[in-house]
Ligand binder design. Sequence first.
Ligand code: URA
Length: 421
Amino acid sequence: MNSIDIINKTKRRQPLSADEITWLVNEYTAGNVPDYQMSVWLMAVCLNGLTDQETVSLTAAMRDTGDILDLSGIGGITADKHSTGGVGDKTSLIIGPAAAACGLNVPKMSGRGLGHTGGTIDKLESISGYRTELPFEEFEAVVKQTGFSIISQSGNLCPADKKIYALRNATGTVDSIPLICASIMSKKLALNADCILLDVKYGSGAFMKTREEARKLADLMEKVGTAAGKKCRALVTDMNTPLGKNVGNALEVKEAVEILRNKTKGKLYDLCIELTANMLELAGKGTLQECAELAEDAIASGKALEVFRRTIELHGGDPRIADDVSLLPQAKYSYEIKAAADIRITAVNSEEIGMTSLLLGAGRTEKDGEIDMSAGIVMNCECGEHLAAGDTIMTLYSSAVSDFSSAALRALNAVSFTEIS
Ligand code: URA
C-alpha cells in the first residue's frame, strides 16, 4: 500500500477498503506518511466526502491507535455525553450529576475551549483545587462513589486524532462531516461507555451552521456508534443564541449550580432535562416521559446537587461552591451595557458573544495561553424579551481588562433589537 494510490482513490471518489484506511491512519500516526500527503488526502475528503462505511473504518482505525478504556470495573450501566460545542454550554455539569442521581454511571472526558467555544475542563478548573487530570484508577473510583466524574482527555487516547486534528486546523480541513464524525466518535469509542448521547449543535455559535447539516452529522454519528456496538443517539439542538445567561468559566459553573439548586428554570433547564431523559431512556430506565420525570426529580430533590458537591470534593476541589457561588473567582472589573430606549430583542449572535467573552480573558488567543476564570458575560437579553430604557442588556466581567470600550461595542453589535415606540 502507498499514500499516492490512496489519495488518488479518494480524489476519484473510489471507496477505500478498511485495510487501506487503517494503513493510512497508522502510518501517519507513526510519522511514516508526511503531513503534505495527509493534508491532500484530508482536503480530498473535504471536497468529495467518504462513504458511511469508510467513515466507520476511519473512526475504528483512529480509536485503535491508542488506549481503549475498560470501564467494566465501575459496574452498572455507563453513559457518556458529548456536545459538538457552543457558547454558554454548561450542560455536562448538570446532566452528568442528574443522570448519576438516577442510577447511571457517567465517566466523562472533556476538552478545553476551542476558538469562540468554551470547554468543560476550563470551567471545572475555575473551582479552586479541582484536579482535571486523574489517573484512571482514581477516575474509576470517583465514578464508583458518586456516579459521575469529568477529567481531561488522557495522554494516550486516540493519538491519531490529536495529530490529524492539529493538521486539519492548519490546513482548512476542519469543516467536513465525515472528518468531524470520526474525530469525535473515535474518542467516544475509546472511552468505551455502554451508551453515548450526542448533542449536535447548529447555528451561529456552532460548527454546523444549519439544522440540515447538523442532522447529517448526527445521523452519521449514530450510524458509527451503532456499528461499533454502542447504544447511541444524537439530538440536534439550537446554538443560534448562547445557552443560558452566563458565558465564561466561573460564571457558567455558577449558573450550573443555580440550576442544580433548582433556582433557575428556562431554556437551559429544559434542554438539560431533555438530554438527561434521552440518556436515561437509552440506558433502559423507562419511557422518555418517565425518564424526564426522573431527571426533574433528581434536580428538585437536591440529589443531583449532592452528586456534584461530592464529585468536586473527590477531585480535590472546594465543595462549598455548591452552596455558596460567591466562593468562585470574582472579576475585579465589570461594565453594564444599558438600553438607550425601550427595545425588543430579536436576535443574539452566539459566535460574537463567544468572541467577546474570549477577548475579555475567558478564552485563549494562543495555544497554551492563560485564562481569566472570572471573565465573561451575563446576558439579560433573551430573544423576544422587552427591555425598558435604562435596563441592563448585559454585564461584562474581567479581571484582566479594565477598559471595556471595544468589548462593549462588540457585545452590543452581537445583539439585534427593535425600538418600541
Ligand atoms: N470536535 C472534535 O473533537 N473534533 C472535530 O473535528 C470537531 C469538533
